[in-house]
Design a protein around this ligand. Structure first.
Ligand SMILES: Cc1cc2nc3c(=O)[nH]c(=O)nc-3n(C[C@H](O)[C@H](O)[C@H](O)COP(=O)(O)OP(=O)(O)OC[C@H]3O[C@@H](n4cnc5c(N)ncnc54)[C@H](O)[C@@H]3O)c2cc1C
Ligand SMILES: NC(=O)c1ccc[n+]([C@@H]2O[C@H](COP(=O)([O-])OP(=O)(O)OC[C@H]3O[C@@H](n4cnc5c(N)ncnc54)[C@H](OP(=O)(O)O)[C@@H]3O)[C@@H](O)[C@H]2O)c1
Length: 249
């Protein structure tokens, strides 16, 4: 059986000049929320593939991917030009370990994302498991500009369905905002504004933290959390911090 399936773009959301969501029809093998698929195009005779987190829940179709067009990137600018009806290769087998099965029990689940790192949490929060396992779920999204606060409709839907359990907090780092916190996620943990806004404290006794996006943000956030006594989650030694880097810093 071939590794690649010919998928077809069936929907596109152009959030900003650089932020795009593509909906794609392709029958991939079953996956777990939090995993990624791989998209590929044939460029100059070579198949160029990159991983992208699923935004759709495992039982939802079409597939959906949310990505930023990286300046001078090889694949993402070309993906950004695809339109409904275009073909794109999709890897048959999804992969990845940024999934709730890898997260130990806790009272609170913090989902910390920058940029397109938001997408993976939408897939996870569309499934029943986190709502069954955690008392409080706090989704935090850090972006440069207000226009990059995407998927407001999906996030509002979580709030409507889980008004007691769910909190959502935005951070905008490069312009003033009346509603979002200013600056970056690690600083907002250090100065206490993130927990104050959530009305929930972070502690090894009751927090599980999943972090996804810019690798520098992942590292800086982990450092701040380690200063608060949280530990990296390892298979042999369960901790509190589970991470996914979208690229190498
Ligand atoms: C497990 C996993 C899941 C991923 N899921 C997503 C996703 O859901 N959405 C998404 O946009 N990207 C995601 N990525 C990144 C994606 O696979 C590509 O690296 C990205 O689209 C750039 O590919 P490119 O060929 O255009 O750039 P390349 O020519 O490969 O250049 C790579 C460089 O682009 C920069 N870069 C890569 N990704 C990003 C990014 N997301 N934001 C800012 N700068 C970046 C880095 O400097 C990196 O070194 C994921 C990566 C991994 C490892
Ligand atoms: N967003 C744009 O308008 C824009 C425009 C042109 C090109 N691009 C390119 O698009 C790609 C992705 O941009 P993006 O804006 O989605 O992602 P990004 O650069 O990762 O920024 C997203 C958020 O992460 C924050 N951040 C960066 N480093 C951090 C750290 N060490 N700790 C904590 N937070 C950190 C940023 O804060 P800071 O603002 O403080 O860095 C920003 O709030 C990049 O390659 C970028 O060069 C983006």
């Amino acid at each position: 059986m071939s590794e690649w399936i010919a998928g077809r773009v069936c929907g596109k959301r152009q959030w900003t000049e650089k932020l795009v969501s593509l909906q794609i029809e392709a029958e991939v093998a079953p996956f777990v929320a939090g995993q990624f698929g791989r998209l590929a195009l044939d460029i100059d005779g070579e198949r160029v593939a990159r991983p992208y987190s699923f935004v759709n829940a495992p039982d939802e179709r079409p597939l959906e991917f949310y990505f930023v067009v990286v300046p001078d990137g090889l694949l993402s600018p070309r993906l950004g030009h695809l339109e409904a009806g275009d073909e794109v290769w999709v890897a048959r087998r999804p992969g990845g370990f940024f999934i709730l099965d890898e997260v130990p029990p806790g009272r609170d689940l913090w989902c910390l994302a920058t940029g397109t790192g938001l997408g993976v949490f939408l897939s996870i929060l569309k499934t029943p498991e986190p709502w069954q396992r955690f008392e409080n779920i706090i989704l935090v999204h850090g972006v440069r500009h207000a226009r990059e606060l995407t998927y407001g409709d999906t996030i509002e839907d979580f709030a409507r369905r889980h008004p007691e359990q769910f909190r959502t907090i935005s951070l905008i780092s490069r312009e003033a905002s009346e509603t979002a916190l200013p600056g970056r996620i690690p600083a907002a943990i250090e100065n206490g504004t993130l927990e104050a806004r959530a009305g929930v404290t972070i502690s090894p006794a009751h927090s599980q933290v999943m972090i996804c996006g810019n690798p520098n943000m992942v590292n800086d956030t982990r450092t701040v959390l380690e200063q608060r006594g949280l530990r990296r989650n390892r298979r042999q030694q369960p901790g509190h911090i589970t991470t996914e880097n979208y690229w190498r810093s």
